[in-house]
Design a protein around this ligand. Structure first.
Ligand SMILES: [Zn+2]
Length: 404
């Protein structure tokens, strides 16, 4: 009884200490709402959510609101990175093999805390992290550390270990008698894949990441790994829980199998063809091209042109970790360099990314009711996508993390 009274007292104390939601009015030169650009809008934030957005003339600032002037700047939704690896650092610093095989978990997690901070400061307020590459379930703990405000970072969707076909991944190069821990979880056959999918979900995976192909070909080239039947087992298991599957696929056949199996996003797609992108569009599969990594040659440009012409949904995701964290805006620059309009690239990193990642009720637009995840850049990113490389202002859930 005494214990209960104490509990009630604590609850009352907590309630009394919770301040009324703060109101902030943002006054930029223009607002990109995730789809289109508007001049002379203001945006009102109450607590952690957006309250209203619209023409300044029709929206008087609420009494007592804190006003933040952002002259000359464009306010837009916090950017979404659909393909990151917070537990990797650039391969020109340390090879992937050595990161996986020689770096202690604590070292990798310590680095990842820095990666999360610089990502948020760069204006990316949400990331989908697609595999820890040998760091187990550390992404689950990092996500909790951000949610509990222990470290600054973007909102995280995590995949934990990711799934690879037995014998197709790395590290490699050891005596065949040795069994070497791998950078992702190996599995084969429908039963085992169902078990591993459920296991990763139970340990915290928001998305299931599968490698539909990898460099295990006769000449170490990329080649399909799982059968369609195996991929379907993963997709049906994940879908039963309400989760989506992301497939790494560089080959046309890997992309085709992943699409027919029902994955929701395909990553990389280096050898994608007009026919494959048409199939993806028909089946509602989104494409995350990760142009920031790998070749930027004529073949890659032709692939991306085919994707654009097919009308397949394109989501911005860079594979950051392979290159330095905090520079994810490179991907938007490359989407434009490869033929997208700046407005379409911005939508691919905001409204479309939120929809594809099932987050549209919370992020990705400047829209009443959503989280106040907002950034501002000097100038107009719908004219010059390069402005995104310098986020002057970053707000996450109504809290200013960078800027005035
Ligand atoms: Zn990746």
């Amino acid at each position: 009884m005494k214990h209960l009274a104490l509990l009630l007292f604590s609850a009352a104390l907590l309630a009394a200490q919770t301040p009324p939601p703060a109101v902030v009015v943002l006054k930029p030169a223009r607002v990109f709402d995730g789809v289109a650009l508007y001049e002379n809008w203001i945006v009102v934030v109450r607590g952690e959510r957006l309250e209203s957005a619209g023409p300044a003339a029709g929206l008087p600032a609420p009494a007592g609101a804190k006003v933040i002037d952002l002259p000359g700047a464009t306010l837009l939704p916090g950017l979404i990175e659909a393909h990151s690896h917070m537990l990797l650092h650039p391969y020109n610093e340390t090879t992937w093999n050595d990161q996986v095989a020689r770096e202690p978990l604590a070292l990798r997690v310590a680095r990842a805390t820095n990666h999360l901070r610089v990502t948020l400061l760069a204006g990316f307020t949400t990331v989908r992290d697609l595999g820890t590459e040998g760091a187990g379930y550390a992404d689950v703990g990092l996500k909790q550390a951000v949610e509990q405000n222990i470290i600054p970072g973007p909102r995280m969707l995590v995949a934990t270990r990711a799934i690879v076909a037995t014998g197709t991944y790395g590290p490699r190069g050891f005596a065949p008698e040795w069994t070497v821990p791998q950078g992702a979880e190996e599995a084969s056959g429908v039963d085992e894949l169902i078990r591993v999918t459920r296991d990763q979900i139970s340990r915290g995976a928001d998305w299931v990441k599968v490698y539909a192909d990898y460099r295990w070909g006769a000449h170490r080239e990329a080649a399909p790994t799982f059968s369609i039947e195996e991929l379907k087992a993963i997709v049906e298991t994940a879908r039963s829980s309400g989760r989506g599957v992301s497939a790494h696929a560089a080959t046309a056949e890997g992309m085709r199998r992943a699409t027919l199996a029902g994955v929701e996003t395909i990553e990389h797609g280096n050898e994608g063809t007009a026919d494959i992108f048409k199939l993806m569009k028909e089946r509602g599969v989104a494409f995350v091209p990760t142009l920031s990594v790998g070749n930027r040659d004529t073949a890659r440009r032709a692939m991306f042109k085919a994707a654009l012409e097919s009308g397949v949904t394109i989501v911005s995701g860079s594979d950051v970790g392979v290159f330095p964290h905090g520079t994810e805006a490179l991907e938007l620059q490359l989407l434009v360099d490869f033929g997208m309009t700046p407005t379409a690239a911005l939508t691919a990193a905001t409204a479309t990314a939120a929809r594809v990642l099932h987050l549209e009720k919370d992020v990705g637009r400047v829209q009443p009711g959503l989280f106040a995840d907002l950034i501002a850049v000097d100038g107009d990113p719908t004219r010059d996508i390069g402005t995104l490389r310098n986020a002057a202002f970053v707000m996450k859930g109504g809290a200013v993390v960078k800027g005035p």
